[in-house]
Structures are given as C-alpha cells and as structure tokens.
Design a protein around this ligand. Sequence first.
Ligand SMILES: *Cc1c(COP(=O)(O)O)cnc(C)c1O
Length: 364
Amino acid sequence: MPLPSHAGGIVAIDTAALADNWRALAARHAAPTAAVVKADGYGLGATRIAPSLAAAGCRHFFVAHLQEALALRPLLPGAMLAVLNGPLPGTEAEFAANDILPVLNSLDDIARWSTLAAQLGRALPAILHIDTGMARLGLPPDEAATLTAEPHRLAGIPLRFVMTHLAAAEHRESPLNHTQATRFAAITAAFPGIPTSFANSSGIFLGEAFRSALARPGIALYGANPTPGQPNPMRPVVCLRVRVLQLREIPPGTPVGYEATWRARRPTRIATACVGYADGWPRALSNRGAAFFDGTALPLVGRVSMDLVTYDATDCPSLRPGDWLELIGPHMPLDDVAALAGTNAYEILTSLGPRYARQLLPTA
Ligand SMILES: *Cc1c(COP(=O)(O)O)cnc(C)c1O
C-alpha cells in the first residue's frame, strides 16, 4: 500500500506481530487469554486490530465503555465482549440487547442487572469484579462480604467470571501482588465453580499464583515490555513515522522554537517535522530524545509545539523535505520514548492522535 500522501504522520501496525504477541501471552499463561482493546485498542484503532486478534484465536475481548463494545460487536461474532467500566444507570437494556457483558462493579450494578433479568424473564450473564487492593473499581470488601452473605442478590445473573485487577504487577517485588492473590483466593472460594479472571499483561509473568481461567492482557499485545528491567519478550507492533516539512541552516547562537530553550552551538541544519503535542507527542519531550533517519539520530531540539517539532539534522546531509523520520520503531522503542517523556507506554500509545494515518502491516 503506498503511503497516504496527505498524512503528516503514519502509525504502522504490524498485525502479524500483534497476533504473535497474543499467542505468546496465551502460551505463557497456559490458560485462556483475552485481549483488552479499550481506549480504541490502546490508540491503534480497535476495529482495525480486533479482527486480527480474533483470527489468532482470541475469543474474549474487554473494552472500557459501552460505545466501544457496540462498535466492535458486529466484528467479533461469537466472541465474548465485556465492558470493564460496567453499566451506567439506564444503559442495561442496551447491554442485554447487543449481547455485551457488563462487568458488575458494585452492589448497585448487580441490583440493576438483576432487575433487568427479572423484567426480561431470562438469565443475563455478567462478570463480577471484586476490588482486592486498588480502591478504584469493583466491589469493595464490605460489599463483597454482603454479596457472599446474600447470594440471592445475584438472582438471574449467571456469573461467567469473577475477576480482580492487579495494582502493581509490573513491579515483581511488590508485596501488593501476593496480598491481592491471597485476597482473591479467599473471595473466589465463596463462588465455587465460577471461573476466575486475574492477570493483566505483567501479571501473566508473575507465576502460578496469578494464573486464572482468563488472563486480560492489554499493553503487552501492543509491544510494550511487561517485565520492566528484563529483556522485552514481546515483538514491537507500532512504528510511528512523521514527515519533514522544512530544512534550514542556522549559524551558531540562533535560538530554535518557543521560548528559545535551545541555541545552536555550531552551524546547524534544522529539520522541522509534521508532529506536535496535538498529535499526542508529549511536550515533555522538548529538548529530549531523537528521531531517526536511515539509522542516524537527529536530536530533538527546542520545545515540542502543537503541530511541529524541530530536530538537529546536521549529521543527516541527505535529509530532504517530504522524507519520513522514525519516532517510534526499531531505533526508538516505545518504552524508551515513554521513559524519556517521564510516562509509560500506555500513555504514549493512547495519546496517538487522530491526525495520523493508521496503516495495517502486512497489507493484503
Ligand atoms: C486495562 C486493564 C487491563 C489490561 O491491563 P494491561 O496492563 O494493559 O495488560 C486488564 N484488566 C483491567 C481491569 C484493566 O482495566
């Protein structure tokens, strides 16, 4: 497929690597494994990538919002599609009508889902989420205790899974991991026969105590390292390239960009590229990191502005307007970009803006 001529930037998505990553995680988990495709597939485009994951054998998908599930439902026939944020009051009937599973995060969610089941006169399956140490979403300990003491609250609700979510799985040594595993084992004992769902990407690498009937990896599918500090077991999936708009020669002492935060120390060639913080390229990368052209590093100089970034291209005499610079790719891994920006790969990926063209590789 030729590169779209109007695009200032291209997010190329290696769907073969994506499928390989899902298979590798499923093999590592040695038990059923879902795919988390919330936030538009971590910025890659959920409707583009979910079919590749389904083709690789994935049968369980998670998103955060009902709208995300509705967009994916026709593309994933027969697959389980669940909404992590649960049913907002008034949306329950839409879940039921579209075969979308809510994750029930509170006694109130449970009551509303059970009421709908009674109204419709049929069983309405769901996933139950118990909070075991994050204090964010899911039944808090007191609600979980109420539920186990009063199981009739689940009338009409066959539970497909009981799940919890790890708060610090990327930190192998965090004692919170085992605290959560212990609490989860205690709570699941109260739901005999109901399959469990536990590990996220990093949790899959924590060992036996974190295995469940359904892992829920997200970020590792997209190539980020789920085992920080150790070699990345995943294949890179995302390559971001942006176009050079203009080149100029500047004499020593010339300031570059807003607020003149960088000045040339030698005769310098400046390349201005077609990307900015409005595209999700973090302003925190001002004067940090580099783009690559033909394997040569072009240090980012000056502030990242809304639509433009400037690079020192002095070592790249062959660079021309219209050429493509690698911002994420073989020379500049996603996790390195995140570290330079003082954030994580999740934020870099989910910030990838709508102005980029998204291209699936390999293309038919
Ligand atoms: C986002 C999310 C996941 C996926 O986590 P990763 O760290 O991306 O693997 C799994 N479960 C829940 C509840 C989530 O919110």
